[in-house]
Design a protein around this ligand. Structure first.
Ligand code: PGA
Length: 251
């Protein structure tokens, strides 16, 4: 059985509240009702969540946050908890994005605590993994991604609310996309690792998105691969027409 594709727009640190609302409205008008065959959502900045939620109100697009903390509340200046995200209208959160890992020091252990907390509190999680260019060129892509998957999921019992995003760091925001064969190879490896951890049936049901310079021109080919179940879209998600074209490729 083919898994239901999932496409999410990661708006990163772009757009004011008003601009986010405008983009949400534009995305809705571009994609119309044409995405019933897959799940589609957007991840604005924290400050824009509430207004974007209002703009998405009667649609079936989901709202995602780009990060969360692993505690409920307390003296953690600058952090936001899973329960706050739920209250703001989020159903998903992106955790362990490579920009969080590389620029903000998030380790596998931190990512693991965040994944565990978000799932426990009832958010669905898009858990990101991926190797750097150095790691790929050194031939250790498989080791790195396997370590990230096992580390991020340590102690987590169920993966029914989990999506994994494979995002090779060298393909993010660079215009370089992994070929569909390169991506498929790592997706299959991730699914194999998840099968070791949770069994074949759970692994078979797990959705694994590809991310890294997905565009309307390469989306069809990527999403056609047997283990690629949609995409996590950065740059192209800031343009409603491009995002809609990618959604169309997935649905
Ligand atoms: P990109 O970003 O599509 O701009 O490469 C993808 C991501 O970081 O999620």
């Amino acid at each position: 059985m083919k898994r239901r594709n999932i496409v999410a727009g990661n708006w990163k640190m772009n757009l004011t509240v008003a601009e986010s609302r405008e983009l949400a409205v534009a995305v809705l008008s571009e994609i119309g009702a044409g995405f019933s065959g897959c799940d589609v959502g957007v991840a604005p900045t924290f400050v824009a969540l509430t207004e974007t939620a209002k703009a998405l109100d009667s649609s079936s697009l989901f709202l995602a946050a780009q990060n969360c903390h692993f505690e409920n509340e307390g003296a953690y200046t600058g952090e936001i908890s899973a329960r706050m995200l739920l209250a703001a209208g989020c159903s998903y959160v992106i955790i362990g994005h490579s920009e969080r890992r590389q620029l903000f020091g998030e380790t596998d252990a931190i990512v693991n605590r965040k994944v565990a907390k978000a799932l426990q509190d009832g958010l669905k999680v898009i858990f990101c993994v991926g190797e750097t260019l150095d790691e790929r060129e050194s031939g250790i892509t498989g080791d790195v991604v396997t370590r990230q998957v096992k580390g991020g999921l340590a102690g987590i019992d169920g993966i029914g609310d989990l999506v994994i995003a494979y995002e090779p760091v060298w393909a993010i925001g660079t215009g370089k996309t992994a070929t569909s064969e390169q991506a498929q190879e790592v997706h299959a490896l991730i699914r194999g690792t998840v099968a070791e951890l949770y069994g074949a049936e759970a692994a078979d049901g797990l959705r694994i998105q590809y991310g890294g310079s997905v565009k309307p021109s390469n989306a069809v080919e990527l999403f056609a691969m047997p283990d690629i179940d949609g995409g996590l879209i950065g740059g192209a998600s800031l343009n409603a027409a491009d995002f809609a074209a990618i959604v169309k490729a997935a649905c």
